[in-house]
Write a protein that binds this ligand. Structure first.
Ligand code: NAP
Ligand code: GLV
Length: 309
């Protein structure tokens, strides 16, 4: 049996090293140099070229090299009936929290305003606020959003969350579905998007949502670029309905050098780096699923293809 890595936009070398260290006997092959496609039982994928997985006739498991799976499920030629799994990893959650914390602090401590003042050599102190009077709203309360929300609540921020099904979380008020969205947005001063990209969530960060936030709210999108309607954000920033946006993900990555986001005074952007999978951290989980596959056992972190996440 062979494990193949089929990825673009990611270096497969550290993955090979981490897996080989755990399982020296494992046959790992990196697409497109796969000598015997019929021997491949499991693939690790990141933004694979659509249709390419049909080259493996005996595939039994497709594993994302990250938390998200939209990059795989968008392939119309994804082999039917092959289980899809994803990665759930404490390091991914911690790294995401660190990034979101840095960006929340950027707005909470008015660093965006001071940056603007510095450009004008303007010495002007902003009045401080308190964590308890600042509301962070987290869209998506799964492995990452749930962790992030609980950490902010523990820091003392007023923290609320929104998800598809109801949740009970200590010190985090949870809102559910379309019926809970307006009440969630009306309180949210700093909005963090940690939703998966599905047919239901595509374009969710749009003018309706921005207008439902308190005036001057900030947006942090660390989920997927397709969640955001870019023109709606530019208009909300121009009208000052939205104060600023921190964006880690984009509809087209890498972001084109001519894109208006690059030079926008009220946008802080980063190259999809808020939480990059650490191959050494996830290798045991990949190998455990490989072992389970061989023994016909239930796979870890299986994706519900109907739900899309
Ligand atoms: P997850 O565990 O699957 O959690 C998804 C959450 O979103 C769940 O709480 C789910 O609600 C909620 N949700 C899904 N559809 C919804 C809808 N229509 N309305 C309301 N809530 C909805 O996912 P995760 O592991 O936390 O990851 C979230 C996303 O983060 C990934 O899909 C990926 O796109 C992104 N990500 C980005 C980076 C980066 O570097 N920028 C890194 C890792 C991940 P229920 O709990 O009710 O099911
Ligand atoms: C990164 O974007 C991931 O989905 O892990």
């Amino acid at each position: 049996m062979t494990l193949a890595i089929v990825c673009t936009h990611k270096d497969p070398s550290p993955w090979c090293e981490a897996l080989q260290q755990l399982a020296p006997e494992l046959d790992i092959q990196v697409w497109p140099d796969v000598s015997d496609p019929a021997a491949v039982s499991m693939v690790l994928c990141w933004k694979h070229p659509p249709g390419v997985l049909l080259n493996f006739p005996n595939l039994q498991c497709i594993c994302s090299m990250g938390a998200g799976v939209d990059h795989m499920l968008g392939d119309p030629a994804l082999p039917a009936d092959v289980p899809v799994v994803r990665l759930v990893d404490p390091m991914l959650a911690q790294s995401m929290f660190e990034y979101v914390c840095a960006t929340v602090m950027y707005y909470y401590r008015d660093l965006d305003l001071y940056q603007g003042q510095q450009q004008r050599a303007l010495w002007l102190q902003q009045l401080p606020r308190s964590m308890g009077s600042t509301t962070i709203g987290v869209m998506g309360l799964g492995e990452l959003g749930g962790f992030v929300a609980q950490r902010f609540a523990a820091m003392g921020f007023k923290t609320i969350g929104w998800s598809r099904s109801s949740k009970a979380m200590t010190d985090v008020s949870c809102y559910v579905g379309q019926e809970g969205l307006a009440a969630f947005l009306a309180q949210t001063q700093i909005l963090v998007c940690l939703l998966p990209l599905t047919d239901e969530t595509r374009g969710i960060l749009n003018a309706d949502v921005f207008n439902a936030l308190p005036r001057g709210a900030c947006i942090i999108n660390v989920a997927r670029g397709e969640h955001l309607v870019e023109q709606d954000l530019l208009e909300a920033l121009a009208s000052e309905q939205v104060r600023g946006a921190c964006l880690d993900v984009f509809q087209h990555e890498p972001l084109a050098s001519t894109h208006p986001f690059w030079g926008h005074q009220n946008i802080l952007l980063t190259p999809h780096c808020s939480s990059i999978t650490n191959p050494s951290s996830v290798a045991p989980q990949v190998m455990e699923n490989y072992r389970r596959l061989q023994h016909g056992e239930t796979l870890l972190n299986r994706v519900d293809l109907q739900r899309g996440y």
